[in-house]
Write a protein that binds this ligand. Structure first.
Ligand SMILES: [Fe+2]
Length: 330
């Protein structure tokens, strides 16, 4: 009996220490600390490159030529690397891509997809590396109580006027579906609450909000079906079914009610539809490289051009430059 009392007392103290340790770790930050700002200009170009999928087997020279060609061709004002940048990669692959993107001296952000952390490095390595780069806008507070590692936003300012707000969201990776199966994760409740809080603190509502994350929402299937039926305006083509987050916790409606007018994802490599769905543009970005499964005629980048309150969205198909001739021409 005495042994049991000692054991229980020890257990209680241990639980209290653990609980105190856990609660002490959460450090909340004002929503303004998640804000980055860039100067807005008419014709501001956001270039979203998704599913680069660098692995240990990637021909980095070929990939560099292709990405360099596309970025130099477009000269964007902001580059969004929207997830699955890496899959079975190493620290040096992460360093390589981020140094390459930084070399264009253009603001950029790194968002993680379901595969990014499946590499030969600790899970936080891409985030930590991105946030140290000169032109990256990434900011993360590891113990802020908000799910995911990317929960920041980029305000495009015309003087003192906010014209566009771009939410950069960690769309999750995998979560348990049942006792034996895993499935795609969804944006967490804490992340949605954070976005709602950010938006509620803005008194001027004349700006336009867009959101970027990797794994599409379940509504993407509905949107595409409606577009094919002629119910919704749109463009592009889905060549595979969509593989969204398995749990629909009302993410679409919460983002819509928070004033998001456009949602841009990757993940499904051979889908490039963009549909005007229930007041929100839901778009796929075309795959960014020829790594892993892809269609050669469905590859390039998504370009969003911002003008006043309007924005145009195009998936730009970019034929893979003739690697041999480029190398020979050196
Ligand atoms: Fe992917």
């Amino acid at each position: 009996m005495r042994k049991l009392e000692i054991f229980l007392a020890f257990l209680l103290v241990a639980v209290m220490i653990f609980a105190a340790g856990c609660s002490a770790k959460i450090e909340t930050h004002d929503v303004s600390e998640y804000k980055k700002t860039l100067e807005y200009k008419d014709g501001f170009k956001v270039m979203m490159i998704t599913d680069i999928h660098i692995s240990r087997l990637t021909n980095l020279e070929e990939l560099t030529i292709y990405l360099t060609h596309n970025i130099n061709e477009e000269k964007p004002d902001l580059i969004v690397l929207n997830g699955d940048n890496f899959f079975d990669a190493t620290k040096s692959s992460v360093d390589y891509l981020f140094k390459l993107i930084d070399s264009f001296e253009t603001s950029w952000v790194y968002l993680q997809g379901n595969h990014d952390h499946q590499g030969l490095f600790e899970p936080g390595y891409p985030d930590e590396t991105a946030s140290r780069m000169k032109y990256s806008l990434n900011v993360d507070y590891p113990n802020d109580g908000i799910d995911g590692t990317q929960n920041f936003y980029v305000d495009l300012m015309d003087g003192n006027d906010l014209v566009y707000r771009l939410f950069m969201i960690d769309g999750g990776s995998y979560t348990r579906l049942n006792a034996v199966k895993y499935t795609y994760q969804q944006i967490g409740d804490s992340q949605l609450s954070h976005i709602e809080k950010v938006q509620s603190q803005e008194t001027d509502d004349s700006y336009t909000s867009l959101a970027f994350f990797h794994i599409p929402l379940q509504e993407y299937a509905d949107a595409y079906a409606g577009y094919v039926e002629g119910k919704y305006a749109g463009k592009g083509e889905n060549r595979e079914e969509n593989y969204p987050s398995a749990f629909n916790s009302n993410q679409f409606n919460r983002l819509k009610n928070a004033g998001i007018r456009g949602i841009f994802c990757g993940h499904d490599h051979i889908n490039d539809s963009i549909v005007d769905y229930e007041g929100v543009i839901v778009g796929y970005g075309v795959k960014g490289t020829r790594e892993i499964y892809h269609d050669e005629d469905m590859m390039g980048y998504l370009l969003i051009t911002l003008t006043g309150e309007e924005f145009s969205i195009d998936n730009c198909q970019s034929v893979f430059v003739d690697y041999d001739s480029v190398v020979e021409g050196k």
